[in-house]
Design a protein around this ligand. Structure first.
Ligand SMILES: [Zn+2]
Length: 362
């Protein structure tokens, strides 16, 4: 795919001034030859909690109505599985103030909507205890969806998701940042034979990436990090640098429930957070003054054996207080306003095609 070019630098400057839209630098790209694979990543996913009445009235598929088309024509679809799937008789973990849960039939719906895998390395996958985690993995596996980032042992939790197509092999590792509250529970992070999530630590990253690089062409890290309804933290920025230093090729993050910036750190593209995808809470956008970032990014990534070729980001407005659990395609002005902020670290080296931002990394 050739990058859309603009006629003159004067026109480019004019466009920035007039519409404030991103405008590609005059860089000539030669398309890298050879096959590639397309992986679409989406953010925080869960259908229950405050959406229970909505689901009762409209069913589990209604929330996919507007995003469904953006999930098509991809080889794989991977999301952040931030909500346990557990039976009615499973008790919640004591002391968790908010513990959303999904009913087992949701697994089949996710499979039919195209999900390949869910990352379970997050701060909710144990809200219904180890039994809840075990049932989540079982229901998803039974529906044909793979899981990674959490498991019944540390080795399970740190086992990568391997995606292979067209001769391109990609490995994805999921981790949850070390957060005090969860660390103090003493049972959240998998350790030896203890179930839990994979810990985002320098040692784990170094060892896991080194091992994975001998098995695959491209390594993706999927961290659950930062702070809810908050801008990118210094901690995320520092971790991004440490991840890049391991030799990983791409970082796709989650946890903030907002769309966060994209930057290239030491030649590694870092998507700090994709925001909520199909999500069952109205969120704290208004209270946190983060309404401008109440978007979900559907991130379609083209990867060949040399790394990431292109990133295509399609935004959907996902402020549930406004969209009532059915995310809406961003309008042209919403998309421009959002991308001009979150793609600022790319120095205008991206194009807008309809409402989709195209970042060419070849
Ligand atoms: Zn989270």
């Amino acid at each position: 795919m050739t990058k859309r070019m603009y006629g003159t630098s004067a026109l480019c400057l004019l466009m920035i001034v007039v519409v404030g839209a991103g405008c590609a630098r005059h860089r000539v790209h030669t398309q890298r030859p050879g096959p590639f694979v397309t992986i679409t990543f989406v953010g925080d996913t869960g259908e229950g909690d405050q959406a229970q009445d909505f689901v009762k009235q409209y069913g589990l598929r209604k929330s996919f109505e507007n995003v469904r088309a953006a999930l098509k024509n991809t080889d794989f679809l991977v999301g952040n599985g931030e909500t346990p799937i557990a039976d009615e008789n499973v008790p919640p973990l004591p002391g968790q103030p908010w513990h959303p849960k999904q009913t087992p039939e949701v697994a089949k719906v996710y499979a039919e909507e195209g999900f390949t895998a869910f990352n379970l390395a997050n701060n909710h996958c144990l809200d219904w205890g180890v039994t809840g985690l075990q049932q989540t993995i079982k229901y998803l596996t039974d529906a044909g969806i793979k899981t990674f980032g959490a498991g019944m042992t540390e080795a399970d939790a740190r086992r990568p998701l391997i995606l292979s197509k067209n001769g391109v092999k990609v490995g994805v590792l999921g981790y949850f940042d070390k957060q005090k509250k969860y660390d103090e529970l003493g049972m959240w992070y998998a350790s030896g034979d203890q179930p839990g999530v994979a810990l985002l630590s320098e040692a784990n990253l170094r060892d896991d990436v080194a091992k994975l690089k001998t098995q695959v062409d491209v390594v993706v890290i999927f961290p659950h990090w930062g702070a809810n309804y908050h801008a990118v933290t210094k901690g995320q920025q520092s971790l991004a640098r440490r991840i890049a230093a391991t030799g990983a090729n791409l970082v796709v993050g989650s946890h903030s429930h907002t769309a966060q910036p994209v930057e290239v750190v030491d030649r590694v593209p870092v998507l700090y957070s994709l925001g909520n995808f199909i999500w069952h809470s109205v969120g704290l956008y208004r209270q946190s003054k983060m309404e401008d970032f109440a978007y979900t990014l559907v991130a379609r990534i083209e990867i060949d054996r040399q790394g990431v070729r292109r990133i295509l980001l399609t935004p959907f407005w996902s402020d549930n207080r406004q969209v009532k659990f059915v995310s809406q395609p961003a309008t042209s002005s919403q998309a421009k306003k959002l991308f001009n902020v979150i793609l600022k670290p790319l120095n205008n080296d991206w194009d807008l095609e309809n409402q989709t931002a195209v970042i060419d990394l070849q």
